[in-house]
Design a protein around this ligand. Structure first.
Ligand code: F6R
Length: 355
């Protein structure tokens, strides 16, 4: 059942401190600083990694690929439905990772089979034990999020991001950010709980009931989150929403920005990248668009915002996960306010088994 929540989606959003603890359980040793995933013991370090996935899982793939590239491993994320026609070369010792919550998505399975037939080693990052992806791939890493009933993926996306980190730490030899990551992982469930307890997302959506479109921007690791924020929003509110790389706004989308198009901007830390995003925020502010900033308060981004969604300070890799929780709540509360069919949006299925 829904355990007293109005929707499975809200229940699953609120389950995240628990589902994340489950995902990390026995895999991270805070004392020794070791991250060990038993299932991956026999996985050798690949020369390159290709990710294949759809929808929300594709957004997790963009994040995972960015982490690997940051560690010096050539890595690319492909939309599974485009993989066959993209027909990327598969160098020797390439690992192809399918990220799929259900483990049954036809497009993803087809890309994995294609990669396997062309000689790649395959790995499934999935939630469902014994799923097709888990059975057919050479390796499997379970995200242990528990069953997800709502069609919109929430807790499984957060766990995919953690699964990506576990995989990356396994594939990269000890990174200099390793210690910091262990601390952030330790604090993660509490940080998520803080957001769930204190979020003002429900109040914020009230001002936007008559808006014409909703935009989400972020750069670097926040770019996949801007895409995910928009996907969740359009999926359950039926309102027009788009996610953009913050720097791309001025290359076209800015033409859509008006006083009637709220822009949700994710900006954490206060480095050069954050400052650039603040520059992009000023560009939309100049077009009178309402700006909602999702931030840890490290920069002065709030100065340019009409509303703020706060997240606790954490490390660079966990900030996107925390920011996304605020955007899940924004999508949920907007959809709820508009009386949408939140757990079963029109035209959508939980598991897409046709190509
Ligand atoms: C969005 C959503 C879909 C799925 C996509 C892939 O909320 O749930 O975009 O992410 O259909 O599904 P899986 O991960 O099961 O392969």
């Amino acid at each position: 059942g829904k355990s007293g929540y109005d929707h499975f989606m809200l229940k699953e959003i609120n389950e995240q401190p628990t589902s994340l603890r489950q995902c990390l359980s026995g895999r991270v040793d805070e004392l020794t600083g070791e991250i060990a995933v038993e299932e991956l013991d026999d996985l050798d370090t690949p020369s390159a990694v290709q990710f294949v996935a759809c929808g929300t899982s594709y957004h997790a793939s963009l994040y995972a690929a960015a982490l690997l590239r940051d560690g010096g491993v050539p890595a690319t994320a492909y939309l599974a439905s485009e993989y066959a026609t993209a027909n990327p070369p598969i160098p020797e010792d390439t690992l192809v990772v399918g990220i799929t919550q259900s483990g049954e998505t036809a497009d993803t399975m087809s890309a994995l089979r294609d990669a396997k037939s062309r000689g790649a080693e395959t790995l499934a990052l999935t939630n469902v034990v014994g799923s097709t992806a888990a059975r057919e791939c050479d390796h499997v890493l379970y995200i242990r999020a528990g069953p997800e009933i709502g069609v919109a993926a929430t807790k499984t996306f957060s766990s995919q991001l953690i699964g990506a980190n576990l995989l990356v730490e396994k594939l990269l030899s000890e990174t200099d950010t390793h210690r910091e990551l262990i601390t952030a992982l330790r604090d993660l469930p509490t940080d998520v709980q803080t957001i769930l307890d204190e979020s003002n997302a429900e109040e914020i959506v009230e001002q936007f009931l008559d808006s014409t479109a909703f935009f989400f921007i972020g750069r670097g690791l926040h770019f996949p989150v801007s895409l995910e924020g928009a996907l969740k929003f359009k999926e359950i509110t039926y309102e027009h929403a788009e996610g953009f790389a913050a720097g791309e706004l001025k290359h076209g989308p800015l033409a859509l920005v008006t006083a009637n198009t709220p822009v949700f901007a994710v900006v954490t830390g206060n480095d050069e990248s954050a400052q650039k995003t603040i520059g992009n925020i000023k560009e939309v502010e100049a077009r009178d668009a309402p700006v909602v900033v999702v931030t840890d308060g490290e920069s002065d981004a709030e100065r340019y915002a009409d509303a703020v969604l706060e997240i606790p300070e954490t490390n660079e890799r966990m900030a996107p996960l925390l920011a996304n929780i605020q955007l899940q709540l924004v999508a949920y509360h907007m959809a709820n306010r508009l009386n949408r069919s939140i757990d079963k949006p029109r035209n959508l299925a939980k598991s897409v088994t046709v190509e």
